[in-house]
Design a protein around this ligand. Sequence first.
Ligand code: CA
Length: 219
Amino acid sequence: MIHILIVEDEKPISNLIRLSLKKAGYLCTCVYDGAEAADILEKQSFDLILLDIMLPEIDGFALLEYIRPMGIPVIFLTAKNAVADRVRGLDMGAEDYLVKPFEIIELLARINVVLRRYNKTAAELRVGGLVIDTQAMLVYREGETVPLTPKEYELLLLFARNPGIALYRETIYERVWKEDFPYGSKTVDLHVQRLRKKLGWEAILHAVPKVGYRLEARP
Ligand code: CA
C-alpha cells in the first residue's frame, strides 16, 4: 500500500487531505510541524510527502533539504502564490507544487503523476532483468516464473519500488514483516542473501554499511 506523509499545520486542511487520500486507497500519516516531520522520517519510510511551506519549528524549505537525500518525492502545498516560492521549491527538487486552496481531484491527479514517475503505481514493474506483475503477484525472468516465498516477494517489491535508495534494515523489516524491528535481528540479512542468490542479483543488490541494502538504479 502506498504510504503518504502529510506535513500540514492547519488541522482542517490536513484532515480533509487525509480523508480524501484514504478514500482513494492510500495509507496516510499526518504530522503538524517540521520537527515532528523530521522525527517520523528518521523512523519510517514513505512513498510520497505532501509538504506545507509555512510550518512551525522547521519550515518546508528547510525540511526539503533534509528529505532530498532520502529520495522520497515531495509535493509542496502552500498558501503562498508567489512565483519566487514556486521557483525556489522546484529548484530545490520538489516534484510539484499546489497552491491552497486546491481541489482534491487536482491533488489526487498530481499525486498519481508523481507516483507513476517514481514507478510506484505501475501494475507491472521491470527491474534487474525481471518483470513483476503486481496484480497476479508473479515474477518472471525471460518468460519463466521465478518461485518466491511471500516474504521474498514483498522484499523484492520494496526494492523494485525504491531503486537507488538505501533502505534501512529497520525500514525493510517494518515494511515486509509489519512489526517493529527486533534489535540485532539478522532476519532481513538472511532474506536478502537468499533473494539475491535466487534472482542472481549479487551485482546489483548492495549492502550499505551501517544502513541496510540498496538496489542499483538502472535506466
Ligand atoms: Ca501552514
